[in-house]
Design a binder for this molecule. Structure first.
Ligand code: FSO
Length: 433
C-alpha cells in the first residue's frame, strides 16, 4: 500500500498524475492527468447507470463502445492533448444523457411512469428489511419475495423514489422510507432491528452492531457481510424474521416523491401563464449527490431563503437536505418537486428542454438556475451532461471536485461560466438580479 501511495498510478513513476504539481517529471502535464481522472470518474458514473439498465434487459452498443474508448484514452501514453480530453469529457456527458435515457426507459417500461406519492417516514409494527442504494430491480425482487410474509420493506436514501413507481408502490408492505442521504446509514442501521440490503453505492463499512444483519447484492460488497449473487433474497428474509419486530412509531414528516417529466410537462400551459403573470419568477434545480461536509448545509439554507414566487426541482440524495421543507404551492404547482434519483437528472433535462420550447428561448435564457451538490462519480457524469448541453452558470458545491486544479477551474469558468457556491443569500441575490 505504501508503494502505491508513493508512485503515481498514471505513470508509475514518482510524483506524477493526480495531485502532481511537478510538471514534466513523467512527461505528462499534471492537468492532462487530472483531466484523464475526470474522464475515468465520469465513465464510472455512466457505468453505474448502464449496469442498472442492463439488469432490466436494456443495453446500448454505442455506450459500450464509448466506455471502451474512454478508458483506453486514459492510458499514460495514448493521449497528451488536454483540449482533446476536455472534448471527450463533453462527449462522455452526451453519452451519459443517452445512458440516463436508457435507464429511464428501462424503469418506466418495467415499473410504469412514476406518479406523485406520499411516503411515510416512521415505522409500523412488524419485522423489517431496509433496502438502500439505487437498485430498483433488486428492490422489486425483494418485494415479490416478501409479499405475504409479514415483513415490511423500507427504503433508504436513493431508493425513496421507488415509492412513485406503480409497479413498486402496489406492494402494501413497501411501507415507508427511513433516514436521509447515504451517510446516515451507520446511525440509522444501528437504530432499527431490521435486516439490511445494500443494492448499489453508496454503502459504508458496517458497524459491528448490524454487520450480522447486513447483506450486499449486485455490485456491492463489504467485509464480513454475505453477498447475494442473483436475486434470491431468502437469507435476508430469514434474518429479518429472526430479529425483534419494529414498533409502531409514526414519522415526523411525510415526503412526496414521483414527479415525472410527463406530469410536469402536462402542466406547461399553467406554468407559462404563471410565469407570464409574474406569479412564478424563477425555477431552481437544487440537488445532486450529497456529502456530510458541514458546507452542505448551504443547500437547505439556500432553499429556505428563496422567495415565495420560486419553484424548486430536486433529485438524488441531495434532496434530503430540503425535502422535509413545507414550501407550499403556487396555484396548485408544488414549490418543491422531487424528480427522483440522480439518474433522473434526465427528467430535469427534459423539463428544461420543454420549458425552452414553451418560451421559445434557449435553456440559458430561461429563468432557471442549477445549484448542484457534487460528490463522487455519478455527479461528475451529470455535471458533464449539463455542460455538454451548453448549460452555463451552474452553481457547484459544496467543494470543488478533487480532479480540478486552478488551470482546469479557469477553463470551466471561462467556457461554462461554472461558479462555486458561496453565501446562500448573496447567491440568491446574484441569481435573481
Ligand atoms: Fe447519492 Fe451515492 Fe445517487 Fe451518488 S446515494 S451519492 S455518486 O450515489 O448518485 O445520489
Amino acid at each position: 500500500m505504501e508503494r502505491l501511495k508513493m508512485f503515481c498510478y498514471q505513470c508509475a513513476q514518482t510524483a506524477g498524475g493526480t495531485g502532481c504539481t511537478i510538471k514534466g517529471v513523467c512527461g505528462k502535464e499534471p492537468t492532462v492527468a487530472r483531466l484523464q481522472d475526470n474522464l475515468i470518474f465520469t465513465s464510472k458514473g455512466m457505468a453505474a447507470y448502464l449496469y442498472h439498465a442492463r439488469e432490466l434487459g436494456y443495453t446500448d452498443t454505442e455506450i459500450d463502445a464509448f466506455l471502451e474508448r474512454a478508458f483506453y484514452s486514459t492510458f499514460t501514453n495514448v493521449n497528451f492533448d488536454a483540449e482533446d480530453i476536455i472534448n471527450m469529457a463533453e462527449e462522455a456527458g452526451r453519452m451519459n444523457i443517452k445512458t440516463m435515457k436508457l435507464l429511464k426507459k428501462a424503469h418506466i417500461d418495467t415499473f410504469g411512469e412514476p406518479e406523485p406519492t406520499e411516503v411515510q417516514t416512521g415505522t409500523v409494527k412488524g419485522h423489517a428489511i431496509i433496502a438502500t442504494g439505487h437498485g430498483l430491480k433488486a428492490l422489486h425482487e425483494l418485494l415479490k419475495q416478501t409479499e405475504g410474509s409479514g415483513i415490511n420493506v423500507y427504503t433508504h436514501s436513493e431508493l425513496l423514489p421507488a415509492h412513485g413507481y406503480p409497479g413498486l408502490k402496489k406492494y402494501d408492505h413497501l411501507v415507508g422510507n427511513l433516514g436521509k442521504a447515504w451517510f446516515d446509514q451507520k446511525n440509522l442501521f444501528s437504530k432499527y432491528t431490521a435486516a439490511i440490503l445494500g443494492t448499489s453505492n453508496c454503502v459504508l463499512i458496517p458497524k459491528e452492531e448490524y454487520r450480522d444483519r447486513m447483506f450486499t447484492t449486485g455490485p456491492t460488497g463489504l467485509p464480513g457481510v454475505p453477498h447475494i449473487d442473483g436475486y434470491d433474497y431468502t437469507p435476508v428474509i430469514e434474518k429479518a424474521k429472526s430479529l425483534p419486530e419494529l414498533n409502531e412509531e409514526p414519522g415526523e414528516v411525510i415526503l412526496t416523491t414521483g414527479f415525472s417529466s410527463s406530469l410536469v410537462i402536462s402542466l406547461k400551459d399553467k406554468i407559462k401563464k404563471l410565469v407570464e403573470e409574474g406569479r412564478i419568477r424563477h425555477f431552481f434545480l437544487v440537488g445532486g449527490c450529497d456529502s456530510q461536509l458541514k458546507k452542505g448545509e448551504y443547500y437547505r439554507e439556500f432553499v429556505q431563503k428563496l422567495p415565495q414566487d420560486t419553484v424548486v426541482l430536486t433529485l438524488a440524495c441531495g434532496k434530503f437536505r430540503i425535502n422535509d421543507l413545507a414550501l407550499g404551492d403556487i396555484e396548485g404547482i408544488p414549490r418543491l418537486i422531487d424528480l427522483g434519483q440522480c439518474n433522473d437528472s434526465i427528467v430535469a433535462i427534459e423539463i428544461a428542454e420543454a420549458l425552452s420550447d414553451l418560451f421559445g428561448k434557449s435553456i440559458n435564457e430561461l429563468p432557471l438556475t442549477i445549484v448542484l451538490s457534487w460528490m463522487e462519480q455519478k455527479a461528475v457524469a451529470i455535471l458533464w451532461s449539463l455542460l455538454s448541453l451548453g448549460i452555463k452558470g451552474i452553481y457547484l458545491g459544496p467543494i470543488i471536485p478533487g480532479w480540478v486544479n486552478d488551470e482546469i477551474f479557469e477553463v470551466l469558468k471561462e467556457r461554462y461560466d461554472l461558479r462555486l457556491i458561496g453565501d446562500p443569500e448573496e447567491d440568491i441575490k446574484e441569481i435573481l438580479s
